[in-house]
Design a protein around this ligand. Structure first.
Ligand SMILES: Nc1nc2c(ncn2[C@@H]2O[C@H](COP(=O)(O)OP(=O)(O)O)[C@@H](O)[C@H]2O)c(=O)[nH]1
Ligand SMILES: [Mg+2]
Length: 449
């Protein structure tokens, strides 16, 4: 996510962090680099200007603390200001006083409204809330079918009506949701290619009938400042309660995420990170900021891990990690669990110091076959070999390859990956580890790695 911006900012900040003392020239240089990196990421120029100004002011007049070097202090300031830029705290969905919660999704065509409608319903379902989806886009060919198909495969009920106009569809959908006691009802409205009066008229008419609790604008993060401009127009014309920023999984530069809140005053409530139904995440400004600055998104990782990992085993793993005993048995165990979580790269990128992890390590792909091979290889080792792979000379390797129906190259590759993982764990640095563990202490289940 935001790879190029993250890399540039991290490089600049790394140079600063190393310095015990900062000259004015150091600060100037850093500010110039940060400014350029933000502009290249398509962050709104006025936002950049204000952002740099407030960092500079705080960096120059910075309170001297004993625990941080001036360089570290600047990193901290940048992190805080960036968090503030994106809204400081997480913005959750409004709690409606009366059931159902009415959520109206609006936005331009192709921004991801229909997809997000289903994702949102699935997200709410995960939290034990039953949602009704209402298909109010009758213009785009296949739009109603698309919503019906998605919702069906996610086990979510959907209301459509081919004989009514969008306002009528919404009215009837709401009636149904009330009658059948749904917790929430999500309206997927029609978009247009550009903002025009017809669309706004229709949206206003729907708003009048529904009196929605939430009007969420769905915008495509890939479109950068166009997304921000669309947000400005929508907000002027129909007052938004929040934003869903989609397609953050692609090679999005970051401009929309970093500017939209500052420009419109509307909070980002969710982000879309893929095409699948589960690819919607609540938006946390602080986590996003530390992710961009390479401070590692440990908390997101934990949440993700918690959802998938066996808790007792995670606890045990934490202990082992603490004692720095990470054996091939653990490696196999981890791979098995990681397989259920998503790609290795995705997970490693959330760790502190992700930038230092070798590329080939991140790209370690875990399809069913390669996992089976790993299992077979490790299964063909003796206990002693698993505990201490350094005793694996070439004749032992050959025996293992034969026993597991693989080749010596396969065995070598696996041992290589294992030793890289071991090194990475050591390299995480005791400082980072301490911090990570501190946070983890409060979380049930502990840290999986
Ligand atoms: N990669 C990615 N694709 C998305 C995301 N959200 C939506 N899409 C894709 O964007 C396209 C348009 O989405 P759709 O929901 O039909 O947009 P709508 O016209 O606003 O209803 C579809 O191909 C979706 O799969 C996302 O977060 N990530
Ligand atoms: Mg649609």
């Amino acid at each position: 996510m935001f790879a190029s911006l993250a890399e540039k900012l991290q490089n600049t900040l790394r140079r600063l962090k190393g310095k015990g003392k900062l000259s004015e020239a150091d600060v100037d240089m850093a500010m110039r680099e940060i400014r350029l990196a933000l502009l290249e990421a398509d962050v709104n120029f006025k936002v950049v200007k204000d952002f740099i100004a407030s960092i500079r002011e705080r960096a120059v007049g910075q309170e001297v603390t004993k625990s941080l070097t001036p360089g570290q202090q600047v990193v901290k300031i940048v992190n805080e200001e960036m968090t503030r830029l994106m809204g400081e705290n997480q913005s959750v969905l409004i709690e409606s006083v009366s059931k159902p919660l009415k959520v109206m999704l609006v936005g331009l065509q192709g921004s991801g409204k229909t997809t997000s409608a289903v994702k949102l319903a699935a997200h709410l379902k995960h939290n034990g809330r039953r949602s009704l989806l209402v298909a109010a886009d009758i213009y785009r060919p296949g739009a109603v079918e698309q919503l019906k198909m998605f919702s069906q495969s996610s086990g979510i009920q959907c209301y459509s009506n081919s004989d009514a106009d969008p306002v009528e569809i919404c009215r009837k959908g709401l009636k149904l949701a009330e009658k059948d006691d749904f917790d929430s009802v999500i309206f997927d409205t029609a978009g247009r290619l550009h903002i025009d009066d017809d669309m706004m008229e229709e949206l206003r008419a729907i708003r009048k009938v529904l009196e929605p609790d939430e009007i969420l604008l769905v915008v495509d993060a890939m479109t950068g400042q166009d997304a921000v401009n669309a947000a400005v127009s929508f907000n002027e014309k129909i007052k938004l309660s929040g934003i869903i920023l989609t397609k953050l999984d692609g090679d999005t530069r970051g401009g929309a995420a970093l500017s939209v809140r500052a420009v419109t005053g509307c909070p980002i409530k969710f982000v879309g990170v893929g095409e699948k139904v589960d690819a919607l995440e609540p938006f946390y400004p602080d986590r996003m900021s530390s992710r961009i600055l390479g401070m590692g998104d440990v908390l997101s990782l934990i949440e993700k891990a918690e959802a998938t990992f066996d808790q007792a085993r995670a606890k045990e793993m934490e202990e082992k990690l603490r004692r720095r005993q990470f054996t091939l048995d653990d490696f196999r165990d981890q791979l098995g669990q990681i397989k259920n979580m998503g790609s290795m790269e995705e997970i490693l990128n959330m760790l502190p110091g992700a930038a230092n992890i070798p590329r080939e390590m991140k790209q370690l792909s875990l399809n069913e076959n390669s996992f089976k091979r790993v299992e077979a290889i490790i299964g063909s080792m003796t206990c002693a070999e698993r505990e201490d792979p350094s005793i694996l000379n070439s004749s032992r390797r050959r025996r293992i390859a034969e026993g597991s129906g693989t080749t010596v190259q396969d065995v070598n590759r696996l041992l290589n990956q294992f030793s890289q993982m071991q090194k990475m764990i050591k390299k995480m640095g005791s400082q980072d580890q301490k911090k990570a563990f501190k946070k983890l202490k409060n979380i049930k289940g502990g840290f999986p790695f």
